[in-house]
Design a protein around this ligand. Structure first.
Ligand code: ADP
Ligand code: MG
Length: 484
């Protein structure tokens, strides 16, 4: 999927590396006991530590460490048993300490990898450089009162994982696939809720261009992209900007840029010349972080089945198509729903009903699976009625509509509406005889060799029975009687 850009002077390759900030799911902040719940009024969740009061001491939240290690394991990464918290010194009005506690030379998680799924069905492995733990800053609000800025420190000190990729992506499409897969893994692990709208997952995209296969070009970093759509637009705009700049005889300056969703452009925020002057040093308030191998092993043993493994199992053991398997594992909730429906039933049929019928209904109604009026057990009950031939596949679709609207279970609807399939041989035989008697020309045509007409006969009988005739039995009877 390495789509090349064609400039005036030839072809260019886009090179992308992503830095993803993921808010760790934990009740308390990284170094204080203040709450992290979303949606509180400004400055309601700020301890003295988060406010940067002099003399306050940070106390490491063990849950944040546990989630970071689990995430590292899910990325097939090396876990560093010894890691160090460092101070990264810079000024933000919404960062009262005057420094951010992060990890620099010795992060808790080293190199790993993510397998991304591309639209053509191909996969590609993207390297992960590192994952480290750090504090979030507060928020500045410039739109509350004219001429004034306000600061909300609720987010100050919240635990983040920064996950840094290698510069392995070659198109906006690949970058999107990377974020999608990373988000899915985080949500399976339960270490981050992945909510980009609420800012729990934010991306910085590093973009450069080069001649295909040539030396790496100078990169620009586009900060704080809070949706995958904006990230893709920002990457495409930025790559085109760099190509034009270089072809006009200029050179790319390494800088930090911002994406403006209104104009679809990136613009310079600050030059990166002095970016490395953060004066990192080990935080004297915190001991090195030492964890034991046994702790790591126990966390590894407790990891849930992850999307890639689940997808492979759905394909290899349940016989699903790669496409269906991909749709079903994209969200952990969807996979769980499907697995409940498929339990003890025909897996392919279950996959069909979940991906097309159920998801179709949900999409049309704009309802999330978690709020589906038809629970997995109820959909399973509907499939059982098809399997034991109480109703046909077509009737089942109508029953699902009803279940969706009324929340009733399938058996009750079938009973109430008298939808039970007619499998009584006598009644079916009579129906077949009737249609044949009424259409002697078609019977003759069939007997003359036009075997395709069986479908038309089927249609007539199904229609006459209001869809309730058992299609398999009708088919058998028709074949026998038409044969003469
Ligand atoms: P910094 O601290 O300046 O952001 P990092 O070493 O953390 O630097 O790298 C940031 C990101 O930049 C990584 O995701 C990396 O893959 C990416 N990157 C490095 N070089 C390039 C390049 N030439 N083009 C695109 N991305 C790059
Ligand atoms: Mg960076």
């Amino acid at each position: 999927m390495a789509e090349l850009l064609t400039g005036r002077t030839g072809e260019w390759e886009i090179v992308i590396g992503l830095e993803v900030h993921a808010q760790i799911v934990a009740k308390a902040k990284l170094f204080s006991g203040a709450s992290t719940a979303f949606g509180a009024a400004p400055n309601e969740q700020v301890s003295l530590v988060d406010a940067g009061m002099p003399g306050m001491l940070p106390v490491l939240n063990a849950e944040a460490v546990r989630q970071a290690v689990r995430t590292g394991l899910a990325l097939n990464a090396r876990i560093n048993l010894h890691s160090i918290f460092a101070r990264k010194n810079f000024f933000y009005p919404d960062m009262p300490q005057g420094y951010q506690i992060s990890q620099y030379e010795l992060p808790i998680v080293g190199e790993g990898e993510i397998e991304i799924d591309l639209p053509d069905g191909e996969t590609k492995t993207v390297g992960v450089e590192r994952l480290h733990i750090e504090q979030d800053a507060g928020k500045s609000m410039h739109d509350q009162r004219p001429g004034k800025s306000h600061i909300d420190l609720n987010r100050s000190g919240v635990a983040l994982m920064e996950i840094v990729s290698k510069p392995d992506m070659r198109s906006a499409e690949e970058a999107a696939a990377y974020v999608n897969k990373l988000r899915a893994i985080l949500r399976y692990v339960g270490s981050c809720d992945g909510n980009m709208q609420e800012g729990s997952l934010r991306c910085d995209a590093n973009v450069s261009v080069r001649r295909p296969g040539g030396e790496l070009g100078t990169r620009c970093e586009i900060k704080n992209l809070n949706s995958i759509r904006f990230m893709r637009q920002a990457i495409d705009f930025e790559a085109a900007r760099q190509v034009e700049l270089i072809e006009d005889g200029g050179k790319v300056d390494q800088e930090t840029r911002l994406y403006d969703a209104d104009t679809g452009e990136t613009r310079s925020m600050r030059s990166k010349e002095d970016a490395h002057d953060y004066r990192y040093f080990p935080d004297p308030d915190l001991l090195p972080l030492d964890v034991e191998q046994a702790y790591v092993d126990a966390l590894k043993a407790g990891l849930p089945e992850l999307p890639d493994a689940k997808k492979r199992r759905f394909i290899e053991e349940l016989g699903l198509s790669p496409y269906d398997a991909g749709v079903l594992v994209a969200e952990r909730e969807t996979a769980a729903y499907f697995e409940t429906v498929a339990e003890g039933r025909d897996a392919k049929q279950a996959a069909n009903w979940v991906t097309s019928e159920l998801m179709g209904q949900l999409n049309r109604a704009g309802i999330a699976l978690a709020d589906s009026p038809v629970r997995a057990e109820a959909l399973g009950g509907l499939l059982d009625l098809i399997a034991d031939r109480t109703i046909s596949n077509n009737i089942a679709k109508d029953v699902l509509n009803d279940m969706f609207a009324s929340g009733k279970d399938a058996a009750a609807i079938v009973e109430e509406k008298g939808l039970k399939q007619v499998s009584d041989t006598g009644a079916l035989e009579a129906a077949v005889d009737k249609v044949m008697a009424e259409n002697p020309d078609s019977v003759a045509e069939y007997r003359g060799g036009n075997q395709k007409l069986i479908g038309w006969f089927m249609g007539q009988i199904m229609k006459a029975s209001g869809g309730k005739a058992n299609p398999q039995m009708v088919n058998e009877l028709l074949r026998k009687k038409l044969a003469g």
